[in-house]
Design a protein around this ligand. Sequence first.
Ligand code: PA5
Length: 435
Amino acid sequence: MVKISVNIENSAAFADRKIVDNLLPEVLAAKDHLLKGDAAGNDFLGWVNLPEEIDTEMLARLKNDVSRLSKKSQLLVVVGIGGSYLGARMVIEALQSEFASMEPGTHPYIVYAGHTLSEDYYSQLLHILDNKDYSVAVISKSGTTTEPAVAFRIVKAHLEQKYGKDEASQRIVAITDARRGALHDIAVQEGYPMYVIPDNVGGRFSVLTPVGLLPIAMAGYDIDRLLQGARDARQTCINENTLDANPALMYAAIRNALYRKGKKVEIMVSARPDLRYLAEWWKQLYGESEGKDGKGLMPHSLSITTDLHSMGQYVQEGERLMMETFLRVKSPAASVPVPSDEQNLDGINYLVGKSLTEINDCATQGTIEAHVDGGVPVVCIDVDHIDEYTLGQLIYFFEFACGVSGYMLGVNPFNQPGVEAYKRNMFRLLGKPGF
Ligand code: PA5
């Protein structure tokens, strides 16, 4: 059962419950388009049924490859960008220790490439790879994206030099289109194990395909629980038709209500640094889905309390552009009490006996109250804890809400024509033939 709840109380002064309830017919019409596949972008709706229709043979093969590669790898280099990168990183960073890179674990540590063109980044990466046993997952739906192509060429050359061509080809897995693209052709020629990104699943909706599943499993996390969470969330998302019973519909309704009231920016706020990549994934999901035709809430994110000491001033008193969505997690995995100190020179003995979670929750509640008073409507998304299951639920919840919200906004949520503009300029500047 879904354990995600969306609380809109702190938005009532900006869009009251009646305004939100009045959107229900529109919300249900948008949901209907998603389920019937009769609106713009309907050739990219493969994600809607993905958790139910996952190919079990593919999953078994994937687990075999994961086990084979894990035995001989201290590191896995995940080469990819955007939707071919953020989903895996979001789940892995949410589940692993913040200090995982410093403690040798029983599973490979995941490092990333292809998401940047920084020369110093690759120089540092190659230096680390010199001294570690590693494998590579190269991920590109189109198979032609420049950043991962450049990164893969660099890492592949290093791998082949380190292990020889034959062993290198046993250490690479390619995740790409079933039929076309440069990566597909390289993988076929070199004999890499291949996994397919379905044609009807766009990059930003692909975390529950091998794109996310393979790196997440390599990091040692339970992809069956992730998929189960998504399956359970799907049941609620597709079967429930009231705002109270279906949190995805509530979230789509409130963000559209606030957008129509003039809000231009939505800030995802979390008080846990391990959720920063969840916010990055969410930014791509909502930014690429809705930011078009001159419309859409601009997704932004803050990690509190850190960013209260940098961006807090702007949110409190700057342009009244924004709404905030707090992603709150009730139960921590561990407890760290504040120790008492006889001298109390720092003056914080009044906190003794409280857990850090109580203190963090008070900081969060204090922030919500301050921001609402300052003219920022706040939506709260609450989950009990963070594990594979709740992350699977959150993934499906955010995807479904995104589809509904995009249709309510009147855009095609499943294309991203604007992503091409910088590429044309870059190709011209680099002298690529034909540009
Ligand atoms: O959403 C999108 O389509 C993009 O942001 C892609 O995820 C990104 O450009 C990577 O594309 P590809 O997987 O084709 O390399």
